[in-house]
Each structure stands twice: as C-alpha cells, then as structure tokens.
Design a protein around this ligand. Structure first.
Ligand code: HEM
Length: 499
C-alpha cells in the first residue's frame, strides 16, 4: 500500500512538474518574450504546434490572411515567428550585411537537392554566378526557338481537342508545356509530354514527392522525429525518389556528351568563363533537378490562376483577346520581343499572380545575431520572419477591392483604361518572385513563357469554362505550392465567345 502511495505521489509530482513547466513557459511566451507585444492568436503565442498544424492542413495562405485581417499588419504566428504584410521586402529579403538567412526547416527537400542553389549557404554566390548567364535576356533570345516549339505543340494539341469537341484540362496542358520546355533547355531533349499532353510516370511521381515534401515540413521542427520519419519512408517511395534523381543525373550526362553549340542552359553555363563561376558535378546535377521543379510547376500554376480568372471575367477576357488579336497581323509577329509591348497583357499577368501567387506562403528568414529593423520595428536575433504572398496580396491595406480581379490597377496612369480607384494600391507589395540576392533567377524566362503561352492560346482560340469544371477551383489547399486540381476548359474556334 505504502509502495502504491509513493508511486502515486511520484506520478502526481511528475505531472505537476510537467504542468508547471508548460504553464511557466506559456506565461513567459505570453508576457515576457521579446515578441510578446506583437498580436496574434493566443495559442500561437504559447506553442509552435498550431502554426505547424497549418503546414499539414494546407490552409496556411487563407488562415494567415484571416489573422492579418484580425490582428493587423504584423502577426505573431508562433512564439518565435512574425508575419509581415507591409512592404518590408528589402528589410527581410534584400541585399544586406548581414543577410537574413533562410529557415532551412521550410524546405523538406532531398539530400541531393540540398546541394543546389536554393539551399546553398556560403556557396550561393558562386552557384548563382554560374547559373546567371543561362537566364540573361540575351540567353533567352537565343532560346526563343525552343520556347516556341512547345507553344506550337500546345496549339496543335488544342486544335485536335477542339475538333473532337472535348474539354481540355489546362492545368495538365500548362504543366506539359513548361516541363518539356525546361527539359529541352536543361537536357537538350524534351520529356515528350507535349506529344499527347499526358503526364509520364516520372512526372506523376514528382508531383507526389512535391506534395510529400510540403506536407512533411512540420516534422523538421522536431529533428529526432524527422530523422525517425525519414528512416521509415517505405522502400518503394525511397526507391522512386532515388530513381527520379538518377534519371536527372543520366539526362545531364547525356547532354554533356552531345557535341553541340546549342545555346541551352547547360551550354551557356559551361561556356561561361568568369572568375568564381564554378560548380562541382554534384552541384550541377542538384541544380538540374531543382530547375525541373522550380522552373515548371510555378509557371504552370501562374498560368492556371490567370486562366481561371479570365474564364470568370468575360470583360477582361474580351479585352485581352482583342488586344492580342489587334496588335499583330500574323502569328509570326507574336514574339518575345513584341509581346512585352502589350500593356493589358502585362497588367493581366501581374493581376493573375496577385490573385493566385504560385508560392502562396511566406518564405521564412531568420534575423541575424544583431537583430534587424523590419518595417520600422527592431526585431531581435533568431526570430523567423516572412511576408506571406497570398495574405499580403489580398489585404485591403495594400490593395483596393483586393478580392476583385482587375488588371486595370496595373496600367500606367497615362493609359486610357487606367482606373484612379486603384491609385492608393501599394504596388511594391506584389513580389511573386521575391527580391534580393536569392530572388527567382528564372523571372525573365517565366514572364516570356507566360506571355507566349497566353498570347498563343488567345490568338488561336476562344475559351470558356467547361460544364464539368470545378466551380470552386480557387478554393485549394497548399503545401508550399498549391495542390491545384484539373482546370476543365472548352477550346472553341475564334469568334465563338469573343466577337
Ligand atoms: C511564375 C513563375 C515563378 C515564380 C512565381 C517563382 C518564384 C520564386 C520564388 C518566390 C523564389 C524564391 C525562393 C526562396 O527564397 O526560397 C524563387 C527562386 C528560384 N527560382 Fe523561381 N519562380 C518562377 C519561375 C522560375 C523559373 C522559370 C525558373 C528557372 C527555370 C526558376 C528558378 C528558380 C531558382 C533556381 C530559384 C533559386 C534562386 C536562388 O536561390 O538564388 N523559377 N522562385
């Protein structure tokens, strides 16, 4: 009996100690933590768990917007994390000494991809120097033929579907076009997806890996648990990740064996001679693997978002179609040089990325040992900070009528369709490609691709949302990138919708 009593007493004591520990911790986080003056949901200030749950439930973009609407421009997302929707891009992501380092726990990438530019630490500048020549405006002009090959194939396939009177999943079409384009630019050979506009097994597996990587990020917060989980990955999934990477390695090696003057990405990178521009073979493979994800899905998602909004805004669709058809005499005039001269097309791209940013969450950085000034606030050392794209772009403190798709807000004041209603918009808040030394290296390529694909689509066809389309398509979950579903569209002859 006495033994039982003392076991009970020890148990009560242990539970009390744990409760006391958590209570003290919670009181500290709420009232004495250096971030305690920043508003946010109560539970988030006490524990990191509610914030981590967002990574899993996939509602981070929408939830963070709700929090900013409730608590204001700076929200405490977790005991040690702040979210800003102010134009603080340069303060967080800009060229600074010391730079705000990336929060590695955001990226649950494979060990191989961790050697790439995206996650490089001190090596970042060297890798960027090596990659940069492949993404310059000059390089892209040389690659124009490769880009138009796949927009041409898109038009051919869409014509076939139009004749068969079948709707088309444009999400799939945009993915096939962007993946074939980047594969051709990277490996000297497409993946063959545009032949039938169907995914290969490799691509379907890649989408599963992207989803898994996004959904499992929360585990990285608990290193032991994360290690355990990685040890428990089923063999067939690990095999498929390994074989996907080996596939990239083989493709790079085959391209390197080609004797060619082709101005593709590898060609331009390898012929570039500049001091400090170097890469090991392992880094080259890792970057090729990264580019197959970073340079494809993002562009395709932005195109899907734009297309969805065009299909649901007949006024804008008509105006854009008329601009494209009125500006050129023939399809041959639609080029990378001529398209940037169309102001309404440019405005539509900006508005599409505002409404549906390809990377909807905030990309976290960590304040350095000296702390950092962000939007006029001193933020102490080791705090996770970010600007959430979706929330910042949908907040009324940044954009008038933020939930309305209205490209006119991006037109120059001298343009006859400029609407002064949007004069107070904080346009500098829209940075879908991020800013600073680690911004998107593929920005110019992405714009050219989006312009060419949209202009080719609307030059050749009229489009409308198909009967079977998911009318709630925009209401999506996100795991670092959107889990976007099919986008069913009817492809019609010119003059059917836009007269
Ligand atoms: C609309 C399309 C795109 C969007 C919205 C987009 C967005 C972004 C963003 C937000 C980042 C910063 C990521 C971070 O800080 O962790 C980034 C980085 C990057 N993007 Fe893109 N991207 C797009 C297209 C492309 C394309 C076409 C390519 C190349 C073919 C590309 C290659 C990269 C690379 C290599 C990085 C890492 C750069 C570095 O760390 O120096 N992206 N992108």
């Amino acid at each position: 009996m006495a033994l039982l009593d003392s076991i009970q007493n020890i148990g009560t004591l242990a539970i009390s100690a744990v409760v006391l520990y958590f209570a003290t911790h919670a009181i500290y986080n709420l009232y004495f933590h250096p971030l305690s003056q920043h508003p946010g949901p109560l539970l988030n200030a006490i524990s990191p768990l509610p914030r981590l749950y967002l990574n899993i439930n996939g509602r981070e973009p929408q939830t963070v917007l709700e929090w900013h609407l409730k608590y204001g421009p700076i929200v405490r997302m977790a005991p040690n994390e702040l979210s800003f929707i102010t134009p603080a891009w340069k303060d967080i992501y800009g060229f600074k000494r010391p730079e705000l380092n990336k929060d590695w726990t955001m990226y649950a990438l494979s060990e191989n991809t961790k050697r790439s530019i995206l996650l490089a630490g001190a090596d970042h500048g060297r890798q960027r120097k090596m990659l940069a020549p492949a993404f310059s405006e000059r390089a892209l002009k040389l690659q124009q033929g490769m880009l138009t090959t796949y927009t041409g194939m898109m038009v051919e396939r869409l014509e076939e579907r139009m004749k068969e009177n079948k709707s088309v999943d444009m999400a799939k079409v945009f993915n096939c076009v962007t993946f074939d384009t980047i594969a051709d630019l990277m490996f000297g050979k497409p993946l063959g997806l545009c032949e039938n506009m169907e995914y290969s097994d490799w691509l379907s597996q890649l989408f599963v890996s992207i989803w898994l990587a996004g959904a499992s990020r929360a585990l990285q917060y608990f290193p032991l648990l994360f290690r355990l989980a990685t040890m428990m990955i089923p063999k067939h999934i690990q095999d498929s990740i390994d074989s996907s990477y080996q596939n990239t390695v083989d493709k790079v090696n085959k391209r390197l064996e080609m004797e060619t003057e082709r101005p593709d990405m590898l060609g331009l990178m390898l012929s570039h001679k500049e001091e400090g521009a170097e890469m090991t073979m392992d880094e080259l493979y890792a970057n090729a693997d990264l580019l197959m994800i970073a340079g494809t899905e993002t562009t395709a998602t932005s195109l899907c978002g734009l297309t969805w909004h065009l299909l649901n805004n007949k006024r804008v669709l008509e105006k854009l179609t008329k601009e494209i058809r009125g500006a050129f005499k023939s399809i041959d005039d639609i080029t990378m040089e001529s398209l940037p001269r169309l102001p309404y097309l440019s405005a539509c791209l900006e508005e599409g990325m505002r409404m549906f940013p390809a990377v909807p969450e905030g990309i976290r950085r960590i304040t350095p040992a000296t702390g950092a000034n962000i939007s006029g606030h001193f933020i102490p050392a080791n705090v996770k900070v970010s600007i959430p794209h979706y929330a910042a772009y949908h907040h009324p403190s940044n954009f008038t009528s933020p939930r309305t798709f209205c490209p006119e807000r991006w037109l120059q004041t001298s343009h006859p369709d400029y609407d002064p209603k949007f004069a107070a918009d904080k346009k500098e808040v829209l940075q879908p490609f991020s800013v600073g030394p680690r911004n998107c290296i593929g920005l110019t390529l992405a714009y050219h691709e989006m312009r060419l694909i949209t202009a080719n689509l609307l030059w050749h066809f009229d489009v409308e949302l198909a009967e079977e389309a998911n009318k709630d398509w925009l209401n999506q979950t996100s795991h670092l990138v959107w889990d976007k579903g099919p986008l069913a569209v009817n492809i019609l002859p010119r003059g059917s919708v836009v007269v």
